[in-house]
Design a binder for this molecule. Sequence first.
Ligand code: FA5
Length: 333
Amino acid sequence: MIVDIQGVRDSALARLAAATTSDEVRAIELAVLGKRGALTDLKTALGKLATIDEKKAAGSALNEATVAVGDALAARLGELRHAERELQLEVERIDLTEILQRPTRGHAHVVTQAWQRLEDVFVGLGFQVAEGPEVETDWHNFEALNMPPNHPARSMHDTFYVEHGAPGSTVLRTHTSPVQIRVMLNTPPPIYMVMPGRVFRNETTDATHLAVFHQIEGLVIDRGITLADLAGTVESFTKSFFGSEFSSRLRPSYFPFTEPSAEFDIRTPAGNWLELGGCGMVHPNVLTAVGLDPEEWSGFAFGFGIDRMAKERHGIGDVREMFTNDIRFLEQF
Ligand code: FA5
C-alpha cells in the first residue's frame, strides 16, 4: 500500500510540475485529493489493512503524501496564476502612443458648429427647437406670412420653384419663416421656439451672398408680449452667444410678416456694428392666418443668417469659401 501511496504522490507531483494552466492544476487536485481522488480511495482502503502497524505506517505515508501534493498544488497554482495574470495584462495592454499615429479625425463643418452653438444658446434661454421641410408650399412660404400673390416684397426673395402641383404652388423655401407658420398651426401657445434650417434663393453669389444658405428663426407667442421682450431677448442672446462685451440694437425696417419690424445689429468690442438679421412683432394678419386671435395673443419673431454669423465669428472674408470643401480651409475651424 505504501508503494501505491508513493506512486500516486510521485505521479501527482510530476503532473503538477508539467501543468501549464490553473485549470489543469484543479483537474489534478480533483483526481488526487477530490472525493473520488486516488489518495482519498487509498484512505478508504486503510481500514482493510490487517495490522495496527500496517495501518499506522500507511496512515502516516498517506498524510505525508496528502501534505506534499497539497503544498505542490498551492505552489503551482500560485505560479500559474501569476503567469496568467501577466499574460492577460500583456494582451489587454493599451498603447497610448497609438493615438499619435491615428489618421486625423474629421469634425463638424464650421456652419454646423455655429448652428449647434446657436441651438445650445437658445435652449439655455428656454427655447425649444423645431424644424420644417425645405420644399414648401407657396402658402406657407409667402401667403400665410402676409405676402399674397403679387405682393411687392416677394420680389426680395428670388425664388426657386419646384415642378409639383399647380404651377407656382411649390417652392424651395426662401427663408425659415414658413416654419413659424407650421409651428403655430401645430402647437397651441405659449410658444418659445427656434427653427434652424437650410434655405434657397436664386441669387448671384458674392462674398456675403449664397444661393443655398442657413437661417435660424425665433418665435415667441404668449399673452402680453411686447417689443421690449424682443429687444431683451436679442440682447440676452447677443451676450450669451458672442460674449458680455457685445451689445445689440434694433433699427426700424420692413418685413410684411412683422409690425413693427426691425433689423438687429450687434456692436463688437471694437465698436463696429454688424447687421445680423430681421425681427419684429408678429403681424396680426399672420396670427389670423394660423387661427390665433390677435386680441388674445401677441408675439415676436426674428431670423438671421447662420453662415454670415460663422463668417463674422471666424473673420472669414468670403462666405463662399466655407462651401468649396477645401479641407485645408475647413480644418482651421
Ligand atoms: C428674412 O429672411 C426674414 N425671414 C427674417 C425675419 C424673420 C424677419 C422673422 C422678421 C421676422 P432677410 O432676407 O433679411 O430676412 O434674411 C435674414 C438674414 O439671412 C440676413 O440678415 C442674412 O444674415 C441672411 N441672408 C439673407 N440672404 C442671404 C444670402 N443670399 N446668403 C447668405 N445669407 C443671407
